[in-house]
Design a protein around this ligand. Structure first.
Ligand code: FAD
Ligand code: UDP
Length: 384
């Protein structure tokens, strides 16, 4: 009898599996319908030996030291600050929009202070910022909004920014200085040997069994377990009884080129042209040296695996109905981006999983015969 069946071997499921196994000495079966662990953060070597991210670029960044410290139990890190350029009006300029973006695009020589005034002259007054359009037009005005955000967002989401919650474009700040980093967080790193290796170390505990290519529906009534943690789509768990929750999907086109470099930075965004939103060149993220280079083109689509919950009011209302059901379902915990229908980054999912673990500890006595064995120290592989 397993103490826990965990559905989904992404960050949510794997972080919880490790905590339950190591801190409560409970037996865990972790399953995933895919043929690998790591969820969307899974990375692998392509035929040329280049490390790529199967589901698009994943850059770790957080302000939470506790989350960084937790993952540091399972990986060493490579310092990496992410930089992105946008192809706009035939030029490559920094995004988030900053001083160099405006000066380059308009052939100006403004100072930071002058740029503040330049934005103020163009910014539209919005009484209450509600949508993703409001966020941008109230900061930089309509022209830059149209150049950088309207087309990209329509392509990425199949929706106009005016239909999306403000939280979507609010992920991308506006700057008046020359800081061209995509993220402002205190901790910005890549796992030194990749995400998959980090997951393998996390899951290498003897109390954890992992089964990939395994559907929840195929094991739910067959493999005995006391409790369930579900990290898949919440509407699927409840057989879509209130209707389908919309998730946005992507198609990833992975390409390997017989040349050492393709573009100037890790990611170039295409807000005005092409059917893809962005091109990623992995060597910048991984630091790998290789005579070839690997790229991924991301082409948004309505069909396919669920990658992004779509933040808009009616979707949130539908989610709330499922959440109510979830709260009334005993012995099942819903965790992660798909089960809580939140557009969360990896660090936020790790935080959510650790908070869930604390709640489990507070509310459920430890199963099994003996006392829990604590394994708070790093795995042997990292201790050297
Ligand atoms: P997932 O990783 O989706 O894992 C859920 C797992 O459950 C999946 O592997 C799925 O196969 C499995 N599953 C679902 N249902 C079932 C079932 N019925 N039976 C068996 N298995 C099931 N975050 C960042 O912090 N930085 C980034 O740069 C970044 N870039 C991203 C780029 C893209 C293109 C995408 C899509 C996301 C990005 N993210 C990024 C977000 C990041 O991927 C998520 O925050 C994180 O992976 C979520 O982890 P999770 O465990 O909740 O879900
Ligand atoms: N966005 C945009 N233009 C850009 C970059 C981002 O319009 O050049 C908008 C778009 O709606 C996108 C959102 O801002 O979905 C969040 O961007 P982020 O890079 O955080 O997206 P993710 O990496 O999560 O796909």
């Amino acid at each position: 009898m397993y103490d826990w069946l965990i559905v989904g071997a992404g960050f949510a499921g794997s972080v919880l599996a490790e905590r339950l196994a190591s801190q409560r000495n409970e037996r865990v079966l972790l399953i995933d319908r895919r043929n690998h662990v790591g969820g969307n953060a899974y990375d692998r070597y392509d035929e040329s030996g280049l490390l790529i991210h199967q589901y698009g670029p994943h850059i770790f960044h957080t302000n939470a030291k506790a989350i960084f410290d937790h993952l540091s139990l399972f990986t060493e890190w490579r310092p990496y600050e992410h930089r992105v350029l946008a192809a706009v009006d035939g030029k490559l300029v920094p995004i988030p929009i900053n001083l160099d973006t405006v000066n380059t695009l308009y052939d100006l020589d403004l100072t930071s202070e002058q740029l503040e005034g330049w934005f103020a002259e163009r910014a539209e007054k919005v009484d209450e910022i509600k949508t993703s359009e409001d966020v941008v037009v109230s900061a930089v005005g309509r022209e830059l909004y149209e150049k950088f955000f309207r087309g990209y967002t329509r392509k990425q989401w199949g929706l106009d920014p005016s239909e999306l919650d403000k939280s979507v474009t609010a992920r991308v700040p506006t700057r008046t200085n020359r800081d061209d980093r995509y993220f402002g967080d205190e901790f910005q790193f890549m796992p030194k040997h990749g995400y998959t290796r980090m997951f393998e170390r996390m899951l290498a505990h003897p109390n954890i069994d992992v089964m990939t290519q395994t559907e929840y529906d195929d094991v739910r009534d067959v493999i005995p377990h006391r409790r369930l943690i579900f990290t898949g789509p919440i509407d699927e768990y409840f057989d879509f009884r209130f209707g389908k929750l919309p998730y946005r999907s992507l198609r990833f086109e992975h390409v390997t080129l017989d040349q050492p470099r393709f573009q100037e930075v890790a990611v170039v965004n295409y807000p005005q042209t092409n059917e893809y939103t962005r091109i990623t060149e992995y060597k910048y993220l991984t630091g790998q040296e290789h005579p070839k280079t690997a790229l991924t083109f991301e082409i948004p689509s309505a069909e396919g695996d669920p990658y992004y919950p779509i933040p808009k009011p009616e979707n949130q209302e539908l989610f709330k109905k499922y959440e109510k059901l979830a709260l009334a379902t005993p012995n099942v915990w819903f965790v992660g981006r798909l089960a809580t229908y939140r557009y969360y980054n990896m660090d936020q999912i790790v935080g959510q999983a650790l908070a869930t673990f604390r709640r489990i500890n507070e509310s459920i006595p430890i199963s099994g015969d003996g006392p829990a064995v604590a394994h708070a120290s790093p795995p042997a592989a990292l201790a050297s």
